[in-house]
Write a protein that binds this ligand. Structure first.
Ligand code: ADP
Ligand code: MG
Ligand code: MG
Length: 886
């Protein structure tokens, strides 16, 4: 088996095998760009190593052969004492995992080749010893698990002894001393000398990269990003180029467009006289890439040319890593770059304008999760709030919360339900847990490409980085900014778009995208690239999609808003909300009725109230279908809780008050108590047991429809019976309903459909029979999931889902995203058998899943007619339905 590929042998399509970094290094090599020669060890080799615990047969020999040919090409031998070839050993998985995996630079240096390296660089001892100390540091930390702080501490001490803050002030002797100190640290922690044999360094580093796939932080990141756990990483062995050779050398990172806003232009950071890690780690403050033009015009021009070429080749935003060695530019990495949600839309729009992609492709370049992010509220800043600092808007959004300084504290407070802002000088992979728990991240150092910025953008979390006015003191749990001292637990607000930092909690307002959906921003008149891009892509999604999108709405107000957001009807109008507030008393009367007369009176009192509710909704949804679900929850939900009632009665009796009514209520509550209310007297069962209840609701719906029609509107009611498990249930309810409808509707022209929810597994499995009696199905995927899995929705999420997620039993809660194989199969069966029995049967879904991107794709595949979701998710569902259709 072939485990090793020269860069010239690969290409960008081979990400599975060569990892993203390796595949793109190969692509750039084949484009003729200046890439230092090297080779890639495949993910197959990594997987073999991880399953068997040793390198697969043949790997060592293949590495040997590729190393030899690399040595020939470079005219140098790895670690040669007189003229050494040095290499980097770099991880690179299929999906980029920023800062998650390990990289070791300067492999091949030892006590002898360090002298040769100096000679190679024209007697530059400082450079040689700086490179050597970096090798021991990176190798020690990543290959041998020596605690990184010990090296950093020794470096700080050396700087302190020299009376400087800047590592560039350390001279060759200082660095030589530092190498000795590092070696002692190495021995102390590993019980062996730092390996002097170059090939052993190489092999150990390769193995460490393999093993880094299963490092705790890598596992956590994969889980968060839903990256499969069994892909493995490739390993890239790349001949070293040096950015730390002096002021005419340096290293940098760049984006071909602004990954924050999508704006065209050159975005990047450059650091002279440094090796790659320095930029990302935010060790020294970088300069904007534009300044490179002054420092080294020819490299700058070449870089711009290459960036333009990469964009055109990849037809997308690219990010790159480069190094300049004494005026010679080298490309060390490229990939299609991560971006904020706003940038994703803006860039997709621009690329269409530039003719690089078409609108279908533009739809693929954005997604519903990003759109949802753009609908987050913004800070409302018209009054007293003045920023106390301004950093870099690294990941947009508006976040406020209590300040915390450690990952552990962030996790703790978040678990108590607090919003927290994690404040650090800079973040590193160990902060990942805290970043996940926090509402936002604020750092005092580092640019748009720092760890904090990259990871926050990936998570869609608000982040301000490099707010250098902040003096962050982690041990003292405080930061100072100007004359303010901010302690742990104090409130701050950060704006990840502008980079501004505020003390206190700033109020928020709707985002521009929401204003656009609301209709208060006209895209044609708006000087806003984002709104125009959203408009354009949404228009295409609407033109493309086959699924209709309805909304779940119980009030006229919700219905109106959802309609502005593009809803094409109501898929679920719950009626129980209409039984609350001051109507509760009527419901009590209904429940406590001792005679038919009392019950009929209570129902008669409810009828006009319900009718008025429906009239309002039908008016707002004029001309569009409105699915009304008959009352669903167990009736005792409308009564006070047992304990409370018992106490009230006892207290009142004590005082000698008349408690006849309370006692009756108490008795009713006792009588109606259920061990498993979700499986008890609810849904259609109520309609079959309590005379007149469904009839009243049906009458209210029909009368409202007639009333709206009389005033010139068009009402299209669809009556939906919940919790049906057997066709006989539906038939009984339907017979009664049809009589009432016929009587009310008369010759008004109103048409009322009667259908059912499919939410009990038995209904799904007997859908063929049920379809005979139903004019439509609406999948209630919340209950279907609850009953399909036997999970009590209100109990399990907090109780043990974390463990299920940890064990990988499912990757996401089945209440959040539809379980395709199980619950989804029920949906599929019911859809097929229902349509077989009644061709053209209208099918929709009204569970929470209707607004979940992955689930929308599933419902499209299964052939449903529409999804229904909460008003705010309507645009998300429209977009995803469009994406599912292209
Ligand atoms: P990551 O995936 O964390 O970005 P990389 O493998 O890209 O890790 O390497 C870390 C840093 O080292 C980057 O800045 C990269 O540009 C730099 N680097 C890697 N290989 C070389 C090399 N052969 N010569 C010079 N710098 C390198
Ligand atoms: Mg790395
Ligand atoms: Mg990199």
């Amino acid at each position: 088996q072939k485990y090793v590929y020269d860069f010239a042998e690969g290409n960008k399509e081979l990400k599975d095998l060569l990892g993203g970094k390796g595949a793109n290094l190969a692509e750039m090599t084949n484009l003729g760009l200046p890439v230092p020669p090297g080779f890639t060890i495949t993910t197959e080799a990594c997987k073999a190593y991880l399953t068997t615990g040793r390198e697969p047969d043949g790997l060592a020999g293949q590495i040997e052969a590729h190393l030899e040919s690399l040595e020939r090409e470079m005219g140098r031998r790895l670690g040669d004492p007189d003229d050494p070839l040095l290499v980097s050993v770099r991880s690179g998985a299929k999906f980029s995992m920023p800062g998650m995996m390990e990289t070791v630079l300067n492999v091949g240096l030892n006590d002898r080749s360090v002298v040769g390296l100096s000679a190679q660089a024209g007697g530059n001892d400082r450079f040689a010893w700086d490179s050597y100390r970096r090798l021991i540091q990176m190798f020690g930390k990543t290959v041998c698990e020596v605690p990184g702080e010990e090296f950093e501490h020794a470096l700080d001490e050396a700087k302190h002894a020299k009376g400087t803050q800047n590592d560039l002030d350390l001279d060759a002797d200082d660095l030589r001393g530092l190498v000795d100190a590092y070696k002692k640290i190495f021995v102390k922690h590993t019980g062996r000398e730092f390996p002097q044999e170059p090939r052993e360094q190489l092999d150990l580093a390769i193995r460490a990269v393999f093993e880094s796939w299963n490092a705790e932080r890598a596992i956590l990141y994969r889980r968060q990003e839903r990256i499969p756990a069994d892909l493995g990483t490739a390993v890239n062995v790349v001949s070293m180029v040096f950015g730390n050779l002096g002021p005419d050398s340096g290293t940098g990172v760049a984006f071909t467009r602004d990954p924050g806003s999508g704006a065209q232009g050159i975005y990047g950071d450059y650091l002279a006289n440094a090796q790659g890690e320095d930029v990302v780690a935010g060790i020294r403050n970088t300069v904007p890439l534009q300044e490179l033009e002054q420092l080294d015009k020819s490299s700058y021009d070449e870089l711009l040319g290459i960036m333009a070429r990469l964009e055109e080749h990849y037809r997308d935003l690219c990010d790159i890593e480069f190094t300049i060695e004494r005026g010679k530019l080298w490309m060390l990495q490229t990939r299609v770059g991560k971006r904020t949600a706003a940038a994703a839309f803006v860039i997709a729009g621009q690329l269409v304008d530039e003719g690089l992609i078409d609108l279908d492709e533009a739809l693929h370049r954005v997604n519903g999760a990003q759109l949802a992010q753009l609908m987050f509220p913004r800070f409302q800043l018209d009054h007293e709030f003045q920023p106390v600092a301004k950093g870099i808007g690294a990941s947009p959004g508006a976040a406020s919360g209590k300040v915390v300084f450690t990952s552990a504290r962030a996790v703790e407070l978040a678990a108590e339900g607090e919003s927290v802002i994690l404040v650090r000088r800079e973040t590193n992979p160990d902060d990942l847990n805290g970043m996940i728990a926090a509402q936002g991240i604020l750092t005092s150092r580092g640019g748009k490409t720092s760890h904090a910025a990259v990871v926050a953008r990936g998570m869609g979390k608000t982040c301000v980085s490099g707010a250098d006015a902040l003096e962050v003191n982690v041990p003292a749990k405080k930061f100072t900014v100007g004359e303010h001292v901010v302690n742990e637990g104090d409130l701050v607000s950060i704006d990840g778009t502008t980079g501004k930092v505020y003390l206190g909690e700033v109020p928020v307002m709707p985002s521009e995208v929401v204003q656009y959906f609301e209709g208060s921003l006209e895209p044609e008149h708006v000087d806003n690239a984002l709104v125009r891009a959203v408009h354009r892509i949404m228009t295409h999604a609407d033109a493309t999609r086959r699924l209709a999108v309805r909304t779940n709405a119980d009030t006229g107000e919700d219905a109106a808003r959802a309609r502005r957001f593009g809803a094409e009807g109501i898929g679920l109008c719950r009626t129980e909300h209409m039984f609350l507030g001051d109507r509760r008393e009527l419901v009590e009367r209904l429940i406590l009725a001792r005679t038919d007369g009392e019950r009929d009176d209570a129902l008669a009192a409810l009828l006009p109230l319900q009718r008025a509710d429906f009239i309002e909704i039908f008016r707002e949804m004029d001309g569009l279908p409105v699915t009304v679900r008959l009352i669903d929850p167990p009736l005792h939900e409308f009564l006070p809780p047992l304990e409370q009632l018992a106490v009230n009665v006892a207290v009142a009796q004590e005082r000698g008050e008349d408690v006849a009514k309370e006692e009756a209520l108490l008795a009713a509550v006792r009588r109606m108590h259920e061990e498993n209310p979700m499986l008890g007297l609810r849904g259609v069962r109520l309609g079959l047991v309590i005379p007149g209840l469904f009839a009243m609701q049906v009458r209210a719906i029909a009368e409202a429809a007639v009333a709206v029609t009389r005033e010139g509107g068009t009402a299209c009611p669809e009556i939906m019976v919940p919790l049906v498990g057997a066709v006989q249930e539906l038939e009984t309810v339907r017979a009664e309903a049809e009589k009432i409808i016929a009587e009310v509707v008369g010759d008004s022209g109103v048409e009322v459909l009667i259908g059912t929810m499919i939410e009990v597994p038995r209904a799904a499995l007997t859908a063929g029979q049920i379809a005979e009696a139903a004019q439509f199905f609406s999948f209630g995927t919340n209950d279907l999931t609850q009953m399909g899995w036997g999970f009590s929705r209100d109990d399990v999420e907090g109780a043990f889902f974390w463990r299920y997620l940890e064990l990988g039993i499912f990757g996401i809660s089945p209440f959040e995203s539809i379980d395709r194989e199980g619950v989804g199969r029920l949906v599929r069966i019911a859809a097929e058998e229902g349509r077989a029995a009644r061709p053209g049967l209208k099918l929709g879904v009204c569970g929470e899943h209707g607004g979940d991107p992955d689930s929308v794709h599933f419902f499209h595949e299964v052939g449903l007619d529409y999804v229904s979701c909460s008003p705010f998710r309507v645009p998300v569902a429209r977009l995803e339905a469009g994406r599912a259709a292209v």
